[in-house]
Design a protein around this ligand. Structure first.
Ligand code: GDP
Length: 303
């Protein structure tokens, strides 16, 4: 995983090996390696540029700092370690989120609306999230409101049964009606988190967005999580931008990071949309789900 991303940083490190000083020239050489691998790993171009320019600025600043500290003698300082440390900090800052993953309701059940394109792993992620919250001592209710994909309701029911987490649906009702009725149902059943599995489509279109906007305005969820498939590379970022423009998503779940995804989506999403990656899907089963840690991801990329 992330081999493409890691390669550029490894090569940059090699370029700087044995050098004791970061100069404009060797910084440029190292950054060229990083640039290539970021682009190859599907990091969004604007994000690549911003990252490189921040690293360069810090690295040049660090050169001065080192010189001042050592009175002009830089022989004890490893250029490569300095460079990698700067990259680590910048990568982490690019992906980090402040505060908790989930915004909790002040009173009543916390609403989490989950949106995404068909096939992104949305229904699976709803079940994974429910399992995760259940383990945290919450009482989630899953709401099957993806009427677009006929099998989605059944799929969620099967997953709910396996996890012993209730699944709410009203056969024949519209997704908006189902979601609107779920709150009352959660109250009666003593459930404290409501996870709405909403419709997905193969592509973003107006009817989809309208339905999601209607559900949002009827249920007023505390969180809107977008599910994106890491395997679709640059398109994941475009998808995130479109959903965010329309729905103001609060966070992103990046799925299929267990595959041979190149990782660019996880790196670009917060920088492009402002909405951070909060969770990752790492496999098909419901236990393959983790909160996203920016520092851990930065360390894995840098090897
Ligand atoms: P939806 O149409 O967005 O609701 O997608 P599904 O939840 O049905 O998932 C589509 C496919 O992706 C299914 O075969 C899932 O098992 C698979 N899937 C979902 N999340 C992950 C993941 O994190 N890793 C892997 N490898 N497969 C996943």
């Amino acid at each position: 995983m992330f081999e493409t991303l890691s390669r550029g940083f490894r090569q940059a490190r090699n370029r700087l090996a044995g050098l004791t000083e970061l100069t404009e020239q060797n910084i440029e050489t190292a950054l060229r390696e990083v640039r290539l691998s970021l682009l190859e790993a599907d990091v969004e171009i604007g994000v690549v540029k911003a990252f490189l320019s921040r690293v360069k600025e810090k690295a040049l600043g660090r050169t001065l700092e080192v010189k001042v500290k050592h009175g002009g003698e830089t022989h004890e300082v490893s250029a490569s370690d300095h460079f990698i440390k700067i990259c680590h900090d910048e990568l982490e800052a690019m992906m980090a989120h402040e505060g908790q993953e989930i915004v909790w309701a002040q009173s009543g059940a916390t609403g989490i609306m989950v949106v995404g394109l068909q096939g992104s792993g949305k229904t699976t992620s709803c079940a994974k999230l429910a399992r995760y919250l259940d383990k945290e001592g919450k009482k989630p209710l899953l709401v099957a409101a993806d009427m677009q994909r006929p099998a989605a309701v059944e799929q969620l029911k099967v997953l709910g049964d396996q996890l012993k987490i209730p699944v709410f649906n009203i056969p024949g009702a519209s997704p908006v009606e189902i979601c609107a009725a779920a709150r009352e149902h959660a109250k009666k059943q003593g459930r404290d988190v409501i996870i709405y599995d909403t419709a997905g489509r193969l592509a973003i279109d107006e009817p989809l967005m309208k339905e999601l906007a209607d559900i949002k305005s009827r249920t007023k969820p505390d969180n809107i999580f977008l599910v994106v498939d890491a395997m679709i590379g640059q398109d994941a970022v475009k998808t995130a931008r479109s959903f965010h423009d329309r729905l103001d998503i609060s966070g992103v779940i990046v799925t299929k990071l267990d595959g041979d995804a190149r990782g660019g989506a996880a790196l670009s999403i917060k920088e492009v949309t402002g909405a951070p990656v909060l969770f990752t899907g790492l496999g098909e089963t419901t236990d393959k789900f983790e909160p996203f840690r920016a520092d851990g991801m930065a360390s894995r990329i840098l090897g």
